[in-house]
Ligand binder design. Structure first.
Ligand code: BGP
Length: 503
């Protein structure tokens, strides 16, 4: 759809940036904080790049006031951060760590004093280690029983101060990487466990959303989902069907549960046939159906391209050394990878990738926003979007032109999606300062603010504004009017630029 004129962003649009406790706070064992699963996992040789840890991270725990001053200077309207559960409850339940709690009290107060809306993520992957050891983490319903009162405690504590709450960050990613691909804690390779842990997180999510609404009807709460839309490789109907399957398997499987309170039919039936469906108790349905989020958080980095599965795709069957006639082998394959009969991934010939192999696809962002809104009709907050690059500090400056161009293109597509009719109420770039990339160490940088540190905890930890800092400040000042389709900002005359800022 071509629009000659783009809609303006709503006046209260939440221009923000995001972070997560483990990736920025540091102070991993300070002031009574209990260890999380990540504090243990990063110490297993070979799990993170060069053994990088979040022990110091970018020292947000001690420097948050300095960072908030920079946010204020930038004009940021919202800051999304996560609470480290084990900083508040060192064992996940029971004793409260006052000092840890007070850190977040101060953080929230400083944000509010500076006119920045706090957006609190309750869970960004750093499960208290004690709950992993005691109950087996998310495989146990007892972990959900510990999560709900933890959330309720924070709701009561910050009622009247915090309005925006995010339950779980990228449940699809942490259950998949943690229980299926062994790339995140607890380092398992078991599809059944992934499904079971995921179901228990779904229950924790629904109970928490319901509790939030009971405790304060002015709260706005929802999950942040790692959303990637699926493209068919081409117009071959088999590939079109594969893209439907991929969307159902990678997206609807989570989003339908959040919003509709039930698993999508095709995937559930497929998993039941294979004996891989989660153990759903009768009473679970009422829990899942009894909660509905107020918004959906979308983390968008890229989507994916697929083609017909290897069994129905003659070209692929020839290439793969797969015996499609042996039913026992097929069952074994399926138990590991049930999507094998649904779709096969493919390279998209139209897209370029970052140094880390992540496709750069701004139009896919518009596709994602359209699809998500179309299916669920809930307001969307973009809770993450950004690009990891190897930025270089030279004479106190960082010329991160690639980031500016990436964000400009994505914001333009978001503005087009809004003009199409999608209700987007906020956008948080990932991230405000540079921070730890879970598996890629500190050289994959995402921030508007450069942090001087290397992989080995060397560096001053001093902060430097990148070029993108000033660019995003202008975006916010003009309430997004600077995101123009016709010309880039650089092409505007000084007079035009002034007009844009006055709008
Ligand atoms: C998302 C996570 C973030 C962040 C981001 C960038 O999946 O929610 O915490 O890490 O991805 O990823 P990476 O650091 O792997 O480049």
């Amino acid at each position: 759809m071509y629009h000659k004129f783009l809609d303006k962003f709503p006046p209260q649009f939440l221009w923000g940036a995001a972070s997560a406790a483990y990736q920025c706070e540091g102070a991993a064992a300070e002031d009574g904080k209990g260890p999380s699963v990540w504090d243990a996992f990063c110490r297993i040789p070979g799990k993170t790049r060069n053994g990088t840890t979040g022990d110091t991270a970018v020292d947000f725990y001690h420097r948050f006031e300095e960072d908030i001053a920079l946010m204020k200077e930038m004009g940021l309207k919202a800051f999304r951060f996560s609470v480290s559960w084990s900083r508040v409850f060192p064992e996940g339940e029971g004793n409260i760590n006052r000092k840890g709690l007070e850190f977040y009290d101060h953080l929230i107060d400083r944000l509010l004093e500076n006119g920045i809306e706090p957006m609190v993520t309750l869970y960004h992957w750093d499960l208290p280690l004690a709950l992993q050891e005691k109950y087996g983490g998310w495989l146990s319903r007892k972990t959900a029983d510990a999560f709900v009162p933890y959330a309720g405690f924070l709701f009561a504590r910050w009622r009247g101060k915090v309005r925006w709450w995010i339950t779980f960050n990228e449940q699809n990613v942490f259950t998949g990487l943690g229980y299926r691909f062994a790339a995140h804690p607890p380092g398992e390779k078991d599809f059944r466990h992934m499904m079971q842990a995921n179901h228990i997180v779904n229950l924790a999510n629904a109970r928490t959303v319901r509790l939030a609404h009971q405790m304060d009807p002015t709260f706005r709460i929802g999950p942040s989902f790692g959303y990637g839309p699926s493209y068919p490789l081409n117009a071959d109907p088999g590939n079109v069907l594969a893209a439907l399957n991929a969307d159902a398997f990678n997206n609807d499987w989570w989003l339908d549960v959040y919003v509709k309170g039930r698993y999508p039919r095709f995937v559930l039936k497929h998993l039941e046939r294979l004996g891989l469906a989660p153990d759903i108790r009768e009473e679970d349905y009422a829990i899942l159906e009894g909660a509905r989020p107020d918004f959906l958080g979308m983390n968008y980095y890229h989507g994916g391209t697929v083609q017909a599965n290897v069994f129905e795709n003659p070209q692929l069957s020839k290439q793969k050394t797969l015996d499609t006639t042996d039913p026992y082998q097929m069952q074994a394959d399926m138990e590991e990878s049930p999507e094998k009969v649904m779709f096969e991934t493919a390279r998209n010939p139209y897209l370029e990738s970052t140094e880390w192999g992540w496709e750069i696809d701004p139009k896919g962002f518009r596709v994602a926003l359209r699809k998500m809104y179309d299916r669920y009709e809930l307001p969307i907050i973009v809770t993450e979007n950004g690009i990891g690059t190897m930025d270089v500090l030279e004479n106190g400056k960082i010329h991160d032109t690639q980031r500016i161009e990436y964000l400009r293109q994505h914001l333009l597509e978001m503005r087009k999606a809004i003009t199409d009719g999608v209700e987007v109420i906020g956008y948080c770039a990932w991230s405000f300062t540079d921070l730890l990339s879970w598996l890629n160490g500190y050289r994959k940088r995402y921030g508007f603010v450069y942090v001087d540190r290397d992989e080995q905890d060397g560096g001053t930890l001093n902060r430097y504004r990148k070029d993108s800092f000033h660019w995003y400040a202008d975006v916010i000042r003009s309430n997004g009017n600077s995101i123009l389709p016709e010309r880039t900002i650089d092409e505007l005359t000084e007079q035009e630029w002034k007009q844009v800022c006055q709008k």
